[in-house]
Design a protein around this ligand. Structure first.
Ligand code: S6P
Ligand code: ZN
Length: 200
């Protein structure tokens, strides 16, 4: 057996940066335009230029059974139409793999969705440890005016399935109504469900 060397990273809670860092992912609005409900708002923003929605700083670790992967996410504040800035969201490819989030700065919601369309929301701020149980898709939403920064750790063999959420979206959207984050039905998810029922 090859023994892996123990190591430590430094996590900057206020900037969200991990050092030393492995992969850095930047997601712009153009990478997730179909995921926001208001297509006109997306077009209006993109016609003025692209927008950075979030960044992920991952510790440089090998994937695979037995490992634990970790990263930080920096989700910038803002809206697309009424909808608050969010991550793409995913199921783990191995659906029974759980995950832990820890809020470091700013505020947001963790949105979770089960296969049958059940949605749950968990408010998060600095110090909130939120648990993503096995079998729940998960996405985060920035509900504040500052970057929402959180740390995540998950099993090294979990993998990511983005396709399911890309296709159907979440059944609920988080929008800003009278300055308050409000969960509303997603019209796009509803029409997708109806279309699937008609086709199938
Ligand atoms: C990984 C974990 C998070 C997200 C990150 C970006 O399992 O859930 O680190 O990857 O918040 O979200 P997404 O949906 O684009 O991967
Ligand atoms: Zn995950």
């Amino acid at each position: 057996m090859d023994l892996m060397e123990p190591f430590a990273s430094e996590v900057d809670f206020s900037r969200g940066v991990i050092e030393p860092v492995g992969d850095v992912i930047q997601r712009h609005l153009s990478d997730m335009s179909g995921m926001y409900a208001d297509a006109d708002a997306v077009d209006r923003i993109l016609s003025q230029g692209d927008r950075l929605i979030y960044e992920v700083y991952a510790a440089d670790l090998p994937e695979g059974e037995g490992q634990v992967l970790y990263c930080t996410t920096i989700l910038y504040p803002g809206r697309v139409g009424e909808e608050l800035h969010m991550t793409k969201g995913h199921f783990h490819a191995q659906r029974d793999r759980a995950e832990v989030y820890l809020g470091l700065a700013g505020e947001g919601y963790l949105l979770l969705q089960a296969d049958d369309g059940t949605v749950r929301s968990v408010p998060m701020r600095s110090g909130t440890a939120a648990y993503v149980p096995p079998h729940w898709a998960h996405r985060t939403v920035n509900t504040g005016d500052e970057p929402f920064i959180f740390f995540a750790a998950w099993p090294g063999d979990a993998g990511h399935d983005y396709g399911t959420i890309e296709e159907t979206g979440f059944a609920k959207l988080l929008v800003a109504r009278d300055g308050e984050p409000t969960l509303v039905d997603n019209p796009k998810a509803e029409s997708m469900r109806n279309r699937r029922q008609t086709d199938g």
